[in-house]
Design a protein around this ligand. Structure first.
Ligand code: HEC
Length: 728
């Protein structure tokens, strides 16, 4: 039997809270309570009229990833347009040939300055390419001394941040005192390179790099002489762009005594971190940071409370790092529903005037639309009474968001009606898998019973959204995938150091699937924590004889070895927990299990991936089209389903939305007005980041990374691919 819940390995993390003080004094007891609670829409005096920044013309350049400090991924170029896009062809391909077979993918949106494209390779180099030909001009390899291996729920988290320019980079043009530089994060460092030579700028930090204590992934932004960025494991930072000196640090998990610290009854080990991206209003000196969930995911007793500043958009004074406001979507997020994406700085019509706002797409499928200066929501933001906890020691917040406007762009609640009906066999298979499942709006996880919900892949994810400042329309890609989480008792005392004989056998024969920390990686390799509460020695030995599903029979062992391994698995080879250790609630989750059917297709009804257009002037979803297809299903006469996708959209003045990231390895151009697909081309590997748009001379290009890999675990390569119209 094929296992239908595919494990998912990396990333993750989620969403959180909201204007804590708004609800102080409305704590919920046993008395009758309002089923809803709403943050009212901004009053006219709480709305900020536009100041004209940025001009539309400034969108002609791509000197920061995501198309500038707004993170809007909009280009004024219109040489490629609806009339001629069908003729678009590949102009060049650059394959550094170094990254094949690596797990990590390029997710960076590259920058282009004066005919030169800058971006990373999958082998962790930075390269400069002739943007008209794809010819390499230089290559730089950041030092790899940053490696700080750290397992989080069985996943090695350090790689993600070790990649240079993981989610972006920027070009700072220099001034009278300092030369131009490329600035990006890698490992625990921020680097500054000379754009001409690719060599580190010696006067920046320590020989061209400055320490970033929480690790890098996000592309930063510059205000005056301050480079603002955020840490992969939390906090936001301001650096002197010339010297590299750290000027300020903002704690995304407040220290005791700091504002918001009262929202943690106890502390999880990390989280509330920024890994999706940020934006910066250069006219007002405000940086906008979006944060993920508190960790660990799914099990919250070790970090009770609303958990500020998890799941927030935080507005920081770029000069000082002082918090100006924050807005929390989900409190005490135990569903991995991070705010995963860069905020978009938007200008829209609202109540008859042009206002400056922040639009933040979320994994839950919401678009937080907030005034850029006051942080007040432009539409009433509604909360609903949320279900109580089902785990001992866990406390759920009284309310969670149930938002009407802007309209959610993804399904938010998993219901039995969502189960796939692709074929009768697929339907029956998933019905059986979920026969005992817990589901519903913000259903908390349960012990030994699967909980199924949407969201850890998105809704939106790190690719975020693009925004057309001329029309007020937002283009956001999304996934709609079920995930199944089960809580299990986890009171195993920690294994001994050095390893016992039984653990040595385990590490050799079992860890490849169940992971070295026995936490497993989803249903393909379940967690073996707390095994003694579920199975007997005899049952385990029976399983070893026959194997089951993807679990192979155990290799031959002596009687002695079998005993040693069982003693390790059942935690008999070490002392029991101390009374102090026993006080903590001890649960863990079986990790991410994605819901697939009997043939490996998503276990929910389509769409499985989609591109949405939201009119932010009205809050209405204008259109939604499926994104991607499975050829086999299309040929069998099934309407296009969309596929899981991680790529992201880019919109142009040519009236086009470019988008890749789908499992069919295609890049597509859609009509920005209607969502009609106008063009597509096959990429050498799956598109893995959002396209950038630029011109060299009078020729317009669209370029993107196509490396496959990463979260979707598909074949990997190492290509940058550029498209242009044929030259006459
Ligand atoms: C190739 C991957 C793989 C390897 C290697 C592997 N397992 Fe498993 N194991 C699985 C899978 C998959 C399951 C779930 C089987 C099912 O229920 O269909 C499983 C289930 C189990 C279970 C039952 C867990 C539960 O909660 O019911 C135990 C116990 C277990 N494995 C122990 C081991 C031990 C000990 C080893 C090493 C001798 C080992 N496994 C090696 C994949 C593997």
């Amino acid at each position: 039997m094929r296992y239908s819940i595919r494990s998912w390995q990396v990333f993750g993390w989620a969403i959180g809270i909201l204007g804590f003080w708004v609800f102080a004094g409305r704590a919920v007891g046993d008395e009758a309570v309002d089923p809803y609670m709403t943050i009212p829409a901004a009053k006219p005096e709480e709305l900020t009229s536009t100041n004209g920044w940025p001009s539309i013309e400034s969108y002609g350049k791509w000197t920061r990833s995501l198309g500038g400090p707004t993170s809007n991924r909009f280009s004024t170029l219109d040489q490629i347009n609806k009339g001629n896009v069908s003729k678009l062809q590949r102009a060049w391909i650059y394959d550094s040939d170094a990254g094949k077979g690596t797990f990590w993918t390029i997710e960076c949106n590259p920058i282009v300055v004066d005919g030169v494209m800058y971006g990373p390779t999958a082998s962790d180099d930075m390269v400069a390419l002739n943007a008209a030909t794809g010819t390499e001009l230089w290559r730089y390899h950041p030092q790899k001394d940053s490696y700080d291996a750290r397992f989080v729920q069985g996943t090695l988290m350090a790689n993600l941040r070790d990649m240079p320019a993981r989610r972006g980079l920027l070009f700072w043009p220099g001034d009278a005192d300092a030369s131009a530089r490329l600035i990006f994060g890698a490992g625990n460092w921020v680097y500054a390179l000379d754009p001409k030579s690719g060599r580190p700028i010696a006067s920046f930090g320590q020989a061209g790099r400055t320490a970033l204590p929480m690790g890098a992934t996000v592309g930063g932004a510059v205000w005056k002489h301050i480079y603002v960025t955020a840490g992969y494991q939390g906090d936001a930072f301001g650096y002197d762009v010339i010297s590299g000196k750290m000027l300020w640090r903002f704690h995304t998990i407040p220290d005791p005594g700091e504002f918001g610290s009262e929202t943690w009854e106890n502390r999880g080990d990390f989280g509330a971190n920024c890994w999706g991206g940020m934006a910066l209003d250069e006219s007002r000196g405000i940086a906008y940071i979006s944060t993920g969930s508190p960790k660990p995911n799914f099990i919250g007793p070790t970090h009770l409370g609303d958990n500020l500043f998890g799941n927030c958009v935080i507005a920081l004074d770029a000069a000082t790092g002082k918090r100006l406001w924050h807005f929390q979507e989900i409190r005490h997020d135990v569903w991995d529903l991070d705010i995963p994406a860069p905020p978009n700085l938007v200008t829209i019509m609202h109540d008859g005037r042009k206002v400056d706002a922040v639009a933040q797409v979320t994994k839950f499928g919401n678009t937080l639309l907030l005034d850029r200066v006051t942080g007040k929501p432009l539409f009433p933001f509604r909360f609903r009474r949320a279900p109580a906890s089902r785990l001992k020691g866990e406390k759920m917040p009284a309310y969670q968001p149930d938002v009407q406007m802007p309209e959610p762009f993804a399904r938010q609640v998993f219901t039995p009606d969502d189960i796939t009906n692709r074929t009768p066999a697929a339907h029956a298979f998933v019905v059986n898998l979920l026969k005992n499942a817990n589901m519903g709006w913000f259903a908390p996880v349960q012990l030994n019973r699967p909980t199924v919900f949407y969201g850890p892949y998105g809704g939106a994810n790190w690719p975020g959204a693009s925004f057309d400042p001329r029309t007020g329309r937002l283009y956001v890609t999304e996934n709609e995938m079920g995930v199944v989480i089960t809580a299990i008792v986890d009171d195993d005392p920690p294994p001994l150091v050095p390893m016992t004989a039984g653990e040595k056998i385990y590490q050799q024969d079992c860890a490849s699937c169940h992971r070295s920390d026995r936490r497993g990686g989803g249903a393909e390799s379940p967690s073996l924590h707390g095994l003694r509460h579920r199975l007997t020695d005899a049952q385990i030995m029976a399983l070893w004889k026959t194997g089951r599903g993807l679990m192979p029979p155990a290799p031959p062992m002596t009687e002695e070895q079998r005993k040693e391994l069982l003693d390790f698995l059942m935690a008999r080879d070490r002392p029991p927990l101390t009374p102090e250790q026993k006080k903590l609630p001890r649960f863990t989750s079986k990790g991410w299990g994605w819901l697939y059917d009997n043939e490996g297709y998503p276990g929910v009804k389509p769409p499985w991936g989609a591109l949405n257009c939201l009119d932010l002037n009205t809050g209405k979803l204008l259109w939604k089209v499926v994104l991607g297809e499975y050829d086999v299903l299309t040929k069998a006469g099934i309407p296009k389903t969309g596929t899981e996708n991680f790529g992201g959209a880019t919109v142009t003045a040519g009236g086009l939305v470019f988008c890749a990231g789908t499992l069919d390895n295609k890049i597509r151009a859609f009509d920005a007005n209607t969502g009609e697909e106008l063009w597509s081309a096959k990429l050498p590997w799956r598109g893995s980041g959002p396209p950038s748009v630029y011109a060299v001379g009078d020729r317009e290009y669209v370029v993107l990374a196509a490396t496959g890999g990463g979260t979707l675990n598909d074949p990997t390569g190492d290509a940058w691919v550029a498209f242009a119209l044929p030259q006459r």
